[in-house]
Design a binder for this molecule. Sequence first.
Ligand code: PMP
Length: 407
Amino acid sequence: MKFDIEKIRSQFPVLHQEVYGKPLVYLDNAATTQKPQVVLDAISNYYTKDNSNIHRGAHALADRATGYFEETREAVREFIGAKEAAEIIFTKGTTESINLVAATFGRKFIKEGDEVIISTLEHHSNIVPWQMLCEEMGAELKIIPITDSGEIVFEEFEKLISPKTKLVSVVHASNALGTINPVKQIIDLAHAHGAKVMLDGAQSTSHLQIDVQELDCDFLAFSAHKLYGPTGLGVLYGKREILEAMPPFQGGGEMIKEVTFEKTTYNEIPFKFEAGTPNIGDVIAFKAALNFINDLGKSAIKEHEDNLLAYANELMLPIKGFQPVGTAKEKVSVLSFGINGMHPFDVGVMLDAKGVAVRTGHHCTQPLMKRLGLEGTVRASFAVYNTKSEVETLAEGVEKIARIKNK
Ligand code: PMP
C-alpha cells in the first residue's frame, strides 16, 4: 500500500461512528463519497469569512470570493487536462451537465432524421435527456448492446455509427457494474464519422486519470460529490469552439454582455452557461477536494481500490449462492452481486443491520437491469478510505446471509 490508510481515515469524521451498535462500513461510494475535513473546513471558512456574491462586487469580500471561485475553475482545468479554464462550466451535477448539452448543442445541431448513440450501460441521466431531445427533434436514439459480462460490443457500435450520427454519449465507467468503456476507441471512431462525443464521467473521474485533450472528447460531465466534494455541484467540460457555437442554457444575470428590451448579447464562455448566482461556497470547497485527491495521487488511489476489489472477489466468489454481476476485464472498484434466491433489497437491509452500507436496486440503470434479466443488484463500491478489514466484514455478512438461503 502506497499510503497511510489510518491517516486518510482520520480525515473523514463521518466514518467514525456506529450504526446499530456496529462500526460503520461505508461501501456506497458510487452513490456519493464522504467528505474530508479540509472540504468541511473550506465550506465553513467561506461562510465564516468570505461570503459574498462574485464577479461584479466592488469590495474586498467579493474580490476574495471571486478569486477563490476562479481558482477552483483552474484546478478543475488542471484535474482533467483541459486547454483553458474557460472550457470548464459549473453546473448542479452530471445530470444538469448532460441536460445542458442536450438542450443547447442538441437543439441546435441535432435535426429530424439525425441519430444519437448511447450504450446499454447508461445511467438514466444519460438516457432520458437524449430521449426527450430525440422526441422533440424527430431524431433517433440508437443503443450499443453489451455482452453478458457487461462490456459494450464494439463491432455493433461500428455498425450503428453512420453519417446520420451527430452525437455519441457514453458512460466512461458504469455505476452499476464498474465496467470501464473503451472511450478512446469510441471517440476516434465517432470523430472519423463526424460525430461529437460526450462522456459521462460521474464514476470515472474519481478513479481514473483523465486527460480530455488526450482523449479528445468533446464534452465531459461529472459531479463533485463523487470526488470527495460537496453535493449540488458538477462540471461540464466542452471544447471552446463547440461551446461558443452553442446557444445559452438558461437566461438571467451573469450570462449576458448587454441587455436591452430589444436585444440581449451574451457573455463569453464559461459565463454564458452560468446564469444566476452560482453555488459559490461549494465551488470554493471543491478545490480542497481536488487537492486531497491530487496529494494522494490518482494512480495510488486506483491501486488501493483495485486491491480492495480483488480481495472482495477473492473472499466472496467461493461463497455458495454468491452471484457476481458484471465481470468486465476493465473495471473501477464496483462490485455488483446477487445472492441466490434473495431480493437485493433484503440483502441490503441485512447488511445494514451489520453496519455495512451498500446500495441495492436498479442503480438508475433500469434498461441495463432488464438486459441482464435482473430486478436489481446489491452494489458495494470502494473508495480511498476503505480497508481490507471492511471488505472482510462485508464478506462475512454476505456469507452469513447466503447461508440462510443456500444451505
Ligand atoms: N451518471 C452516472 C454514471 C452516475 O453514477 C450518476 C450518479 N449516480 C450520474 C450520472 C448522475 O449524477 P448526479 O446525480 O450527481 O447528477
